[in-house]
Design a protein around this ligand. Structure first.
Ligand code: COA
Length: 175
């Protein structure tokens, strides 16, 4: 496995086909933290979630907060022309790979960016000997549910009114 300081790199053929500039997915380094935090802010400030403002704010970490999120979580960033356009985190929980904090720049959506990120995340999970990868989707986030289904994840459960009185849907893919 690549060391903490050597980013893993993969180009997504799907994304290459869909856009003028290729999408490159790499493991993030501490140098990427400001750009990653800027992306979380851009995404959650522009998204109309209908969720409490304090909650949506908690998904927009400061660089200091994000540095602590990075402990125990391996994050990958998707870049185009050097600009961060997507992020996903992977954490091993009881051997399984939990996918967290997935976001794509609103201007780069439906161009395969999340698919490229998750392909790299699943590859990382396989190489970490995880038997499966899974993610949680709040009931109102239909795009994320459609994305997981598109990528062959199976909806394996629902936690009723689990977070903020909202159902949380669980999606998993065996590796
Ligand atoms: C969900 C999200 C990450 C998808 O990113 P993306 O880069 O646009 O996804 P992709 O382009 O890889 O989509 C691949 C496929 O997923 C499905 N999909 C993705 N977004 C969709 C949408 N809004 N509606 C319906 N299907 C969608 C489609 O099947 C799509 O293939 P197609 O474009 O050929 O039809 C992005 O919309 C986002 O950041 N949303 C806000 C944050 C969020 O919900 N994060 C997830 C929290 S669990």
């Amino acid at each position: 496995m690549a060391s903490e300081h050597r980013p893993e790199r993969a180009e997504s053929p799907a994304a290459v086909a869909n856009s003028a500039s290729p999408t490159v997915v790499e493991r993030i380094t501490h140098q990427d933290v400001p750009a990653v935090c800027g992306l979380f802010k851009k995404v959650w400030e522009s998204e109309t979630t209908g969720l409490p403002a304090e909650l949506v704010k908690s998904w927009q970490p400061t660089p200091l907060e994000f540095t602590s999120w990075m402990e125990g979580v391996t994050y990958f960033a998707a870049r185009r022309d050097g600009r961060v356009v997507g992020v996903v985190g992977c954490e091993l929980e009881h051997g399984s790979c939990h996918l967290v904090d997935l976001v794509v720049d609103p201007e780069a959506r439906r161009q395969g960016v999340a698919s490229a990120l998750l392909a790299t995340a699943l590859d990382w999970a396989k190489r970490s000997n995880a038997p499966e990868a899974w993610g949680e989707v709040l009931g109102r986030f239909h795009s994320a549910a459609a994305l997981f289904a598109h990528l062959g994840f199976v909806e394996c459960g629902v936690l009723h009114k689990h977070q903020w009185n909202e159902d949380v849907r669980l999606f998993e893919r065996l590796l």
